[in-house]
Design a protein around this ligand. Structure first.
Ligand code: NAD
Ligand code: ZN
Length: 251
């Protein structure tokens, strides 16, 4: 593929969207990078806390073996998030959903930061859960972490007294099957899917673009770097999300 400038890439993206009725946003950590939320692989797989890599700290094993450490890690991440606001890309995506330009606009995210909803997007599918919510390890009780006493780690369930855990999908766990089914249906029926800020390395989220493509939809990647999904995409916009997404959808 010959290299073209950003203006041409944006024009091509707008062209691909002209006839689209069903649009899907498939987003990852890079979308929130400009909000100040650290990405996982964007920094060269280097996210480390207390000398432990992200993958080890966010593992299902820790729920059983060291829930206190797991909670300290998630409290740290919540502290980082407390200063983060949605950026221009989150806001544009929410506006696109509200305008009625397209028949349907769906947002499926791997992010756990809740910034899509904070920007005003409705019905967001959070494939990997939400870091601001705790759930019981024994019963179905869930609650906002903000409302829990911050000294008790792990917090106790108000319904049954069992330990609570962050409501996110950890390494070694399955995604909620209903969420995944809905996400796959959205990917299947999308005329255009915008794949934004994801390295395309995390399964099964990385299969969604493949589903769109094999169902006849077009794929637009927005990422400053080449990714595992680049070859699959009809177009790659080589720019940051907060810069490129508003440019694609401005009137
Ligand atoms: P990733 O960290 O593996 O990859 C990030 C991608 O974003 C990279 O391809 C990078 O080039 C790109 N990127 C960096 N800055 C960007 C920008 N400004 N605009 C557009 N793209 C940019 O992310 P992933 O594929 O989402 O996988 C990470 C996993 O870790 C997911 O499972 C996710 O749940 C979790 N995670 C979530 C958050 C969050 O909620 N914000 C943050 C870190 C990790
Ligand atoms: Zn309980």
């Amino acid at each position: 593929m010959t290299k073209v400038g950003l203006t041409t890439q944006i024009e091509r993206a707008r062209f691909l969207l002209t006839k689209a009725k069903r649009v899907a946003f498939l987003t990852g950590a890079g979308l929130s990078a400009e909000s100040g939320v650290p990405t996982f692989r964007g920094g060269g797989n280097s996210l480390v806390w207390r000398s432990r890599p992200f993958a080890e700290l966010s593992s299902a094993q820790l729920v059983r073996e060291d829930p206190k450490l797991l909670w300290e890690w998630f409290d740290y991440r919540l502290g980082v998030l407390a200063k983060c606001q949605p950026n221009a890309a989150h806001h544009t995506i929410a506006q696109v959903g509200a305008t009625g330009w397209f028949e349907t606009v769906s947002v499926v995210t791997q992010n756990v930061d809740g910034l899509h909803t904070a920007a005003g997007s409705v019905g967001v599918i959070e494939l990997h859960g939400n870091i601001r919510v705790a759930r019981c390890t024994e019963c179905s009780y869930q609650t906002e972490i903000e409302g829990l006493p911050d000294k008790v780690r792990p917090p106790e369930c108000q319904e049954c007294g069992a330990a609570m855990r962050p409501n996110v999908v950890l390494f070694g766990e399955f995604l909620d099957s209903q969420d995944l089914n809905r996400a796959q249906e959205i990917a299947r029926s999308a005329d255009v899917a915008l794949v934004i800020g994801t390295s395309g390395l995390v399964y099964p989220a990385n299969e969604l673009p493949l589903i769109t493509k094999s169902s006849g939809g077009k794929l637009i990647e927005i990422n400053p770097e080449q990714t595992a999904l680049t070859d699959l995409c009809d177009l790659s916009v080589r720019s940051s999300a907060a810069h490129a997404v508003p440019m694609i959808f401005e009137n």
